[in-house]
Ligand binder design. Structure first.
Ligand code: AMP
Ligand code: GLY
Length: 424
């Protein structure tokens, strides 16, 4: 078996780690990969969006299947390209990836299919958008319809803030074409949970819930980031809640995608808000979440490789199959570069703690120099996952190992999983 992993972040390192566990004989290739992945397989210096070069590589290496990490190659149509060439690939087509890449598409699909989500309308005219914000009243949520690097959502606590966000997107083009269309959306209240499901387009294999920590500061303060940590399991994402999400969210969404002629296969990520009226969708992503993947995969007891291969090869998942999970808790602490999420420093030498039986260091923004010095090369540098019998011990072990990651200006949160600890 030979698998090509497209991408080079912490999520892709965790995927490589898990596939290697599932099949120690599996040959791994990654494009472009990173120095952590390079210890598990061969990295080829091809960018994740260079589709021509990726097709050539997959063919030359006769890979069993290709697995796509980030959304950019999915939006660029990598799955359509590979399938047209007869190459097996795990991920949605470009049309199916619109569930993430077009908030308008996702919202219209959900509202038509009766999937619980906040009501929203789409506008290109600023005056009409402002009028809708007034009709809903503050707080109100303004979203750029396209992919805006995670910055296209403004939760406006006043109408003045809502107007400013509408003007920034529709008048000043602050988000370029991603903000040429805005959604004005009802505000929802509740705790957020990330729920992933593997799907062949019809059947779903749900994961357990995880929770991301988007703010830079402890206690969820300060600016938003790509994610400073994650943990699993989440007590409020009970088995009953997951069953409800499969029945009321995943199944009808997948049916609607099939009916629209763009069946979704791969990994569907539902960002849920657990409201007083039950779980509602905040957003869908068409790929694994980062850093939730780094927390979830070490807890997974059953094979990921097997259902992924089934889906990539266009076969149906077994009816009644389920993923299995280890007991205990997982906490992932991200160590970020100085200045993150603003302008970051790069090129600083890194020293890392060794992996242990229950501690995994996943590389994200690292680079190996010719003289074998490991240096920082991105905002989120590494993600350190610890498994332990309970959330408190997992948090302590993850934070202690992350504190042993050394480079100039390293930043981390020591409170990943704090909501779960408050419940415990
Ligand atoms: P998104 O990019 O759609 O995931 O939105 C980013 C964040 O904005 C979410 O994780 C929520 O915290 C918040 N958010 C998005 N939509 C809503 C909403 N309708 N009500 C309240 N918060 C929201
Ligand atoms: N953890 C959020 C995301 O991957 O989009």
């Amino acid at each position: 078996m030979k698998v090509l992993i497209v991408g080079g972040g912490g999520r892709e390192h965790a995927l490589a780690w898990k596939l290697r566990r599932d099949d120690p004989q599996c040959d791994l290739l990654a494009a472009p990969g990173n120095p952590g992945i390079a210890r598990l397989g061969r990295c080829v210096n091809i960018s994740a969006t260079n589709l021509d070069a990726l097709v050539t590589l997959a063919r030359a290496e006769a890979v069993t299947f290709t697995l796509v990490g980030p959304e950019a190659p999915l939006e660029a149509g990598i799955v359509d390209r590979f399938r047209a060439e007869g190459l097996a690939i795990f991920g949605p087509t470009r049309a199916a990836a619109r569930i993430e890449t077009s908030k308008r598409f996702a919202k219209e699909l959900m509202l038509a299919a009766g999937v619980p989500t906040a009501r929203a309308q789409t506008f290109t005219d600023p005056a009409a958008a402002r009028a809708e914000a007034r009709r809903l009243g503050a707080p109100v949520v303004i979203k750029a319809s396209g992919i805006a690097a995670g910055k296209g959502v403004i939760v406006a606590t006043s109408l003045a803030d809502a107007d400013a966000a509408i003007d920034a997107m529709l008048v000043d083009n602050a988000f370029g074409s991603a903000g040429a269309e805005v959604l004005v959306e009802e505000f929802m209240q509740g705790e957020e949970v990330s729920l992933f499901a593997l799907t062949d387009g019809t059947r779903v294999l749900p994961f357990i819930g995880a929770q991301d920590h988007k703010r830079i500061g402890e206690g969820d303060t300060g600016p938003n980031t790509g994610g400073m940590g994650a943990y699993a399991p989440v007590a409020i994402a009970s088995e009953a809640l997951v069953r409800e999400a499969v029945a009321r969210i995943f199944t009808p969404t997948l049916r609607a995608m099939r009916e629209q002629g763009c069946p979704f296969t791969g990994l569907l990520y539902a960002g849920l808000m657990l409201t007083a009226d039950g779980p509602k969708v905040v957003e869908f992503n068409c790929r694994f979440g980062d850093p939730e993947t780094q927390a979830l995969l070490p807890l997974m007891a059953s094979s990921l490789l097997e259902p992924m291969r089934t889906i990539a090869e266009g076969r149906a998942l077994d009816d009644g199959a389920a993923l299995r999970w280890k007991p205990g808790a997982s906490v992932t602490t991200v160590v970020a570069a100085a200045g993150y999420p603003g302008t970051i420093a790069t090129g600083d030498a890194i020293t890392l703690p060794e992996d242990g039986a229950d501690v995994m260091v996943f590389h994200a923004g690292t680079r190996m120099l010719a003289d074998q010095t490991l240096v920082t090369s991105g905002g989120r540098v590494v993600a350190v996952t610890a498994l332990a019998p309970d959330i408190r011990a997992a948090q302590q072990a993850s934070a202690a190992a992350a504190a042993r990651v050394r480079f100039d200006g390293a930043q981390m949160r020591r409170d990943i999983g704090w909501r779960e600890l408050a419940r415990a």
